[in-house]
Ligand binder design. Structure first.
Ligand code: MF3
Ligand code: CO
Ligand code: CO
Length: 253
């Protein structure tokens, strides 16, 4: 989805990204208590939309390339881009990734987490924990002079050592005034390859890790991506800035 040129953000622009990132993180915290058996993904969407507008922001996903709702809600075998739906009722034992992107004063804050609905199965718990650790290890690679391939390699090495697989069809992305732009951040790859990171780059890392095969299918709605084998998929996402000496996570409350 890299569609525009790679830009380096000024400290003024990074301050704007920090505001957007904080609102995104606070939105996830606000939605978390709604993640309960019996709640529909549309109810979560509608509360997110209301809360976002009440905080003077807009939901960037709504209408983005035709996406019909305000957030992505991806349950169990849904890898990403699940469309909130009144008929999709959360059940005990489900896992659900909620991915939000408020647009605050022209800047996007993009973050997601995978939540448990009630008590998770042992495999769901392990997949979600490993996926969060993949994001943490990817972030730990970020500093000026490192390469995008270092991030992907760190994620792939850990996920595969744990017996899981890394989705290849979707990537992290530059994000600022533009929702999806350069650089592309693959969640697999080789150390020492890819673009060199520089202070002022802002991008997401958002690994999707599968229980079984990494292969996905897109449903007829044109958005919903599911695992080809129907097994579980989890995802975590942060928006990050490369600083003079390392990394700043922008999507923290
Ligand atoms: N927030 C998603 C991402 O992490 C993008 C969603 S695009 C949408 O890149 F149109 F599906 F909302
Ligand atoms: Co996102
Ligand atoms: Co993203």
């Amino acid at each position: 989805m890299a569609t525009e040129r790679l830009v380096l953000l000024s400290s003024r622009e990074i301050a704007k990204m920090r505001q957007a990132g904080r609102l995104a993180a606070e939105l996830l915290l606000h939605l978390e208590p709604m993640v309960k058996p019996g709640v529909s993904t549309l109810e979560i969407n509608d509360e997110a939309e209301r809360w976002t507008l009440a905080h003077g922001a807009k939901s960037a996903p709504l209408g983005y390339k035709g996406f019909p709702k305000s957030l992505c809600a991806s349950v169990n075998e849904v890898v990403c881009h699940g469309i909130p739906n009144a008929k999709q009722i959360l059940r005990k034992g489900d896992i659900i990734n909620i991915d939000v992107t408020p647009l605050v004063d022209g800047y996007h804050g993009d973050t997601s987490k995978t939540f448990f609905v009630g008590e998770p199965s042992p495999i769901a718990k392990r997949l979600v924990e490993v996926t969060e650790e993949c994001l943490r290890r990817g972030i730990a690679e970020v500093k000026p002079g490192a390469r995008t391939g270092d991030i992907g390699a760190a994620i792939q090495e850990y996920a595969e050592a744990q017996g899981f697989s890394v989705v290849r069809n979707f990537a992290g992305h530059g994000v600022h005034r533009v929702f999806h732009t350069e650089p592309e951040i693959l969640h697999y790859g080789k150390r020492g390859t890819g673009k060199k990171l520089r202070q002022g780059m802002v991008f997401t890392i958002e690994p999707m890790i599968n229980e079984g095969t990494w292969e996905v299918e897109i449903l007829a709605d044109g958005w919903t991506s599911i695992t080809k084998d129907g097994k579980l998929s989890a995802q975590f996402e942060h928006t990050l800035a490369v600083t003079d000496s390392g990394v700043e996570i922008l999507t923290l409350p």
